[in-house]
Design a binder for this molecule. Structure first.
Ligand code: ADP
Ligand code: MG
Length: 363
């Protein structure tokens, strides 16, 4: 259905996110595209629907060369729907108008017919009763679901998603993923750039790991997540299970840490309960640290989720005079910490202090 040959995109002499990308996408494929940020994942999607012009190479779509002169790009963009990170809804129009607009303007369909189709689509994404609201009256998750309905309204052959959940509040990620998951069952070909690894694993039949401007490794979800063949893929797959947070001067920005913690938890799809336990542990220990008699000069927090879910290992290290903040803690904090992290221990080595332990979702 799509064949990409020797695709290259140079933004400038030194910025060449796509160097020589080759791949083939078959009808009905659900491909998750993963990789570190800045490796050209968005650029790749933008090249496919030709929001960006390739520097060289060819993109075949249904047997036609989309890079050939005279190719109908308007048709291409109708047949390849795109869902962006930031929803991109028209703010002065209601949800149903947003969904109707494309078919009425671009396909010349009748308003009544399209209104009915739009309402059906809004129903499918769980927004029937919100149809007359404006985007600003809706949550991020609702706006993104409306954006998906809008893309579907054009009846595209291919849907491209560029990190559809990464601008969302963590509590809204799952409602959007479940809409995409349902679409994946309906046979539409999809390419999804995502950091949601559990989603990628469950929903896609193929994973592309992008790096060095190419599809560095591709395979089934179990190939990529359980048996990655190449070194960078292995590092990446391992890395998504770790959160590393660093405070160069020892100050504790707990709200910032909590935000990162929540994004991390959603990336690894930790249970709500495990995430809550982690938050309690981090809040209590960082509070103790910021109140400690001997202030930290530098601090690191490392959270790691092993292959089997339901558990997270936590290590909090800080530089400074030896100080067992677990002993300095009042009874309430101390019992809370031991409750969420029963195996918590304090150690010192040289100028570094360390608290480590694991948090478990006991259910
Ligand atoms: N329109 C542009 N002009 C110049 N450089 C760009 C443009 N779009 C992306 N880049 C650069 O190309 C590289 C890849 O970007 P992008 O495709 O957004 O990566 P990803 O989506 O994997 O994070 C980055 O270095 C980015 O700064
Ligand atoms: Mg991107």
């Amino acid at each position: 259905m799509i064949r990409v040959e020797h695709l290259r995109k140079e933004f400038s002499k030194s910025v060449v996110p796509i160097t020589d990308l080759n791949c083939e996408i078959h009808e009905g494929d659900v491909v998750s595209i993963i990789g570190p940020s800045g490796t050209g994942k968005s650029t790749f999607l933008n090249l496919l629907n030709r929001l960006e012009e390739p520097t060289s190479g060819k993109i075949w779509f249904n047997g036609e060369d989309t890079t050939a002169p005279g190719y109908d790009l308007k048709r291409l963009r109708r047949e390849m729907g795109m869902v962006f990170q930031n929803f991109n809804l028209f703010s002065h129009q209601t949800l149903v108008e947003n969904v109707m607009l494309g078919p009425v303007r671009l396909l010349g369909k009748g308003r009544q017919e399209m209104y009915e189709q739009a309402m059906d689509l809004l129903q499918r994404v769980g927004l029937y009763s919100h149809a007359l609201k404006y985007p600003s009256e809706c949550s991020g998750g609702q706006q993104q679901r409306a954006a998906i309905a809008r893309a579907m309204a054009m009846n595209p052959k291919v849907l491209l998603f560029d990190e559809p959940t990464s601008a969302l509040d963590p509590s809204m990620v799952s409602e959007v993923l479940s809409v995409i998951r349902n679409l994946a069952g309906s046979g539409v070909t999809m390419l999804v750039v995502t950091h949601e690894m559990t989603f990628a694993r469950e929903v896609s039949n193929r994973i592309f790991y992008l790096d060095e401007g190419i599809v560095y490794e591709e395979g089934s979800p179990s190939d990529i997540f359980e048996r990655p063949a190449r070194k960078k893929t292995r590092l990446f797959v391992h890395n998504i299970r770790c959160l590393d947070w660093h405070s160069p001067d020892g100050t504790m920005d707990y709200p910032g840490l909590r935000g990162e913690m929540e994004r991390f938890a959603y990336r690894c799809v930790l249970s709500q309960r495990l995430m809550n336990l982690l938050n309690i542990l981090l809040e209590e220990t960082t509070t103790l640290l910021s109140q400690a008699a001997a202030p930290a000069a530098e601090a690191h927090i490392h959270v790691e989720v092993p292959e089997r879910k339901g558990e997270a290992q936590v290590e909090i290290r800080w530089k400074g005079k030896p100080a067992n903040i677990l002993e300095e803690a009042d009874e309430y904090s101390s019992s809370l910490i031991h409750h969420v992290c029963p195996n918590v221990v304090y150690e010192e080595s040289g100028e570094w202090n360390c608290i480590r332990g694991s948090v478990r979702d006991a259910r």
